[in-house]
Design a protein around this ligand. Structure first.
Ligand SMILES: Nc1ncnc2c1ncn2[C@@H]1O[C@H](COP(=O)(O)OP(=O)(O)OP(=O)(O)O)[C@@H](O)[C@H]1O
Ligand SMILES: Cc1cn([C@H]2C[C@H](O)[C@@H](COP(=O)(O)O)O2)c(=O)[nH]c1=O
Length: 193
């Protein structure tokens, strides 16, 4: 089973992934962008570089996804795969840039993944207040520096994108305690395994 934890920046994805790592020791834990050696370079280029072109940004995330699918996801399809982000983020973050229509984004993400998409995504949903607070507690990368309103728009787009890709979606209130969220995700995974 292939699942992804989704949510806007600071929603609590990495925190949940670390909890799931100890609860599911045999699972393959990975992430996008940066789940491969090449992907780490792409991640640095996009998030900490000086890209001018939004189209180049989209294509680099797609390149990361193609490399990640071929070298991490496909060889481990016999395991429980838990990924921090997926094509759902790819669709959602790109959709607010107005570079191309939704069907084109679906097509590009299907090309990058060869159609291998998560079986289920868990979308951690933040309130505006909690997002502002969590962002105020950290240094911002290129995308986080685009601000709260921008990220809240992406949060809506995450749900729409999972639907457009036909992926089963569980939306979780990310302002709940860390343990409550972990239990919600764990109960679902155990029921599906
Ligand atoms: N349920 C929670 N309640 C309160 N604080 C939380 C919760 N989950 C995570 N946090 C805190 O919010 C911050 C962001 O969490 P985390 O790094 O897990 O988010 P993320 O979604 O992986 O972020 P990013 O996408 O920016 O890497 C951290 O300081 C973390 O301790
Ligand atoms: C996969 C993907 C990600 N992004 C954005 C989302 C975040 O702002 C960063 C990744 O940072 P994180 O610490 O791993 O959350 O990149 C994007 O714009 N497009 C994508 O396809």
């Amino acid at each position: 089973m292939y699942i992804a934890i989704e949510g806007i920046d600071t929603a609590g994805k990495s925190t949940q992934i670390e909890a799931l790592r100890s609860l599911f020791p045999d699972a393959l834990i990975t992430k996008e962008p940066g789940g491969t050696t090449v992907g780490t370079e792409i991640r640095n280029m996009v998030l900490h570089g000086n890209l001018k072109s939004k189209t180049a940004e989209l294509l680099l995330f797609l390149a990361d996804r193609a490399e990640h699918t071929e070298s991490v996801i496909l060889p481990n399809m016999n395991k429980l795969i838990i990924s921090d982000r997926s094509a759902v983020s790819g669709m959602a973050y790109a959709s607010v840039q107005n570079l191309c229509d939704e069907p084109v984004l679906v097509m590009l993400n299907r090309l990058a993944t060869g159609g291998t998409l998560p079986d289920t995504v868990f979308i951690l949903k933040l309130t505006s207040e909690e997002l502002s607070y969590r962002l105020s507690q950290k240094e911002h990368d290129v995308i986080e520096s685009r601000g709260t309103e921008y990220l809240l728009g992406i949060q809506d787009a995450l749900i729409a994108s999972a639907y457009a890709l036909g992926i089963q979606t569980v939306v979780i209130d990310a302002t709940q305690s860390i343990d409550t969220i972990t239990k919600e995700i764990t109960t679902f995974i155990k029921g599906a395994l």
